[in-house]
Write a protein that binds this ligand. Structure first.
Ligand code: PGA
Length: 313
């Protein structure tokens, strides 16, 4: 997948950020009492593991990944303008870039958007299509040119009422049919305030882990519900603390290899102004962007925040 996303004819001359490793050992969150690790402000052990050389490293070995979730927005005209802005934007080569238009515009986007950017569905049915009024099947998403699907988004969980098990089954089916899955997890404000951030995220993660046959085509999106569409972005430290915990969970419950390879991206009020600081965090492997992905130049800025992973000194 990675190579298929490289701009046609573009030599990978830019430095590769994937695989940069931290130069000092990660603090083991398991060594910290759980009651200390889980609290509403979640300011635990982070930041102290920044490289002494000023190199901003990626803890994971996966390529930076930025997705634009257009949600239920747009018209034929506004989408034509957005596509045209994306087609002319300069995007760093070492980033997987995906956009997720509303279903009814996917065909329009597929036929007009540069191949540099892949397309995702915003949801998919749990099994083969058929008599399921109002649903979109994985087969149809593939037929129309999608390579990805977003599953478990908080709006699907909390507005529409999808549960963990159902979402896990959807992920398993989409993967079995060859789609990549952007697997969303994240806590509500009251859950964070009750000190349940890790519990909630791990529970949602486990539902994916119990269902999926392989993590090869899974990107985990940590999206705290209180940060989605609110303009209240998580601080880089708050995001990093959950990302490192998610990576450790994958290490302990799936495998070290999966923990290293799986991209863990952050979503929730990411914009052109805050992306660079967030991208510097070593366990943040990219972003899932809502509102700011509706503006081509700003989305390009977010894609290009991969450069913050470079030597900062
Ligand atoms: P937002 O949405 O960037 O508008 O907060 C993010 C998302 O829901 O994926």
């Amino acid at each position: 997948m990675a190579s298929s996303l490289t701009a046609a004819g573009t030599q990978p001359s830019a430095p590769s950020f994937s695989g940069l490793r931290r130069t000092c050992p990660k603090l083991d969150t398991a060594a910290v009492p759980f009651s200390h690790r889980v609290n509403s402000s979640i300011r635990l052990v982070s930041s102290s593991h920044r490289s002494p050389r000023g190199v901003v490293a990626m803890a994971g070995s996966g390529k930076f990944f930025v997705g634009g979730n257009w949600k239920c927005n747009g018209t034929k005209d506004s989408i034509a303008k957005l596509v045209s802005d994306l087609n002319t934007a300069t995007l760093e080569p070492d980033v997987d870039v995906v956009v997720s238009p509303p279903y009814v515009y996917i065909d329009q986007v597929k036929s007009s958007l540069t191949d540099r950017i892949e397309i995702s569905g915003q949801n998919s049915w749990v099994s083969k299509g058929g008599a399921f009024t109002g649903e979109i099947s994985v087969e149809q998403l593939k037929d129309i040119g999608c390579k990805w699907v977003i599953l478990g988004h908080s709006e699907r969980r909390h507005v529409i009422g999808e549960n963990d098990e159902f979402i896990g089954k959807k992920a398993a089916y989409a993967l079995s049919e060859g789609l990549g899955v952007i697997a969303c997890i994240g806590e509500k404000l009251e859950e964070r305030e009750a000190g349940k951030t890790f519990d909630v995220c791990f529970h949602q993660l486990k539902a994916f882990a119990d269902a999926v046959p392989s993590w090869d085509r899974v990107v985990v999106a940590y999206e705290p519900v209180w940060a989605i569409g609110t303009g209240k972005v998580a601080s880089p430290q708050q995001a990093q603390e959950v990302h490192v915990a998610v990576r450790d969970w994958l290490k302990k419950n799936v495998s070290e290899e999966v923990a290293s390879k799986t991209r863990i991206i952050y979503g929730g009020s990411v914009n052109g102004g805050n992306c660079a600081e967030l991208a510097k965090e070593e366990d943040i492997d990219g972003f899932l962007v809502g509102g700011a992905s509706l503006k081509g130049p700003e989305f390009a800025t977010i894609v290009n925040s991969v450069t913050s992973k470079k030597v900062a000194a």
